[in-house]
Design a protein around this ligand. Sequence first.
Ligand code: GLN
Length: 382
Amino acid sequence: QKMRFESKLPNVGTTIFTVMSGLANQVGAINLSQGFPNFNPSARLQQLVTDHMAGGDNQYAPMPGLLSLREMIAAKIDSLYGVGINPDTEITVTAGGTQAIFCCIAAFVRPGDEVILLEPCYDSYRPSVETVGGIPVVHQLSAPHYQVDWNVLSKLITPRTRMLCINTPQNPTGTILRREDMAKIDAMLRGTDVLLMSDEVYEHLIYDGEKHASALCFPELYARTLAIYSFGKTYHNTGWKTGYCVAPPELTREFRKVHQFNVFSANHPMQAAFADFMADPSEYLGLPAFYQHKRDFFLQAMAHTRFKPLHCSGTYFQLFEYGHISNEPDLAFCKRLTTEFGVAAIPVSSFFSDGKDEKVIRLCFAKTDDLLERAGKALEKV
Ligand code: GLN
């Protein structure tokens, strides 16, 4: 008997990150597509995980996360953003940023509720909204500057709007929302019941002396915020799948109701190791300089190619325009770059729900200098 069912996500295929990494591996190309470092986390951090495993931290961590880790997170937030967050009632450790984003949406969005997205955005937002029956409402940004039109954005807010999703620094655009932008969001949402999902997983990957403007720094905005963070981006271990969500107690309570039946808790030895490792802030304080060097090194390596770089203020992604080189749709172009030139990239149309193709590709520069250099050389032939 053929089972009959209607797909909840009829337009969703396999995520572009899996597709492009798969193709890169298949043909042995340099993989600058999916965002992850090709170098290891600190040896000391790895040793701490090993020690905690040997010491017996191998069973379920507490559902909201190890309290020792949440205390370190609260201390970090206090030192960076000058705000007091209660580790017991406002922080939940998750199995990575993507799981935290899903739980935020699933905890608050009901069928028919509208969720505003600023596209191009990370490809999990829309399907997460659709899985729970929400309706994505898109404010489309355009290359090369991807500026928010505040007037247009504010008109998208209706009594049906449940949530606004922002990402700063933003994947894939490399743009940031500054203090004055966050202040506009704060003002725009006052007097509404709209929640803010503030995806801040690239909080430390911000360049040229800019400061990350966290939603946590705006007290009235924070009252409606769920802010998402990722250890994978901060400590070079995306495969450890650990992150956290910061939200006021009333919101955290609802968030945890979903989180506990989604993964129950995040992995234990990594949490214990992060708690120890966070005592020394030098690793994350050094990140802006570390990745700014990589961005500039990569731009240098690409200087003799025909690709036109867009400005990158944050994240570990650099965008390039190629419309003057080829008319091919960006997905076909990225596949050909991989198979013919040996460098895998992500087509930016994948981050638009209508597939808008502005002939822009995204390359990840969280890679060793020699790999970035080889990628630049290979792309000189294009
Ligand atoms: N956030 C990463 C990126 O944009 C990938 C995340 C993933 O593959 N799940 O490349």
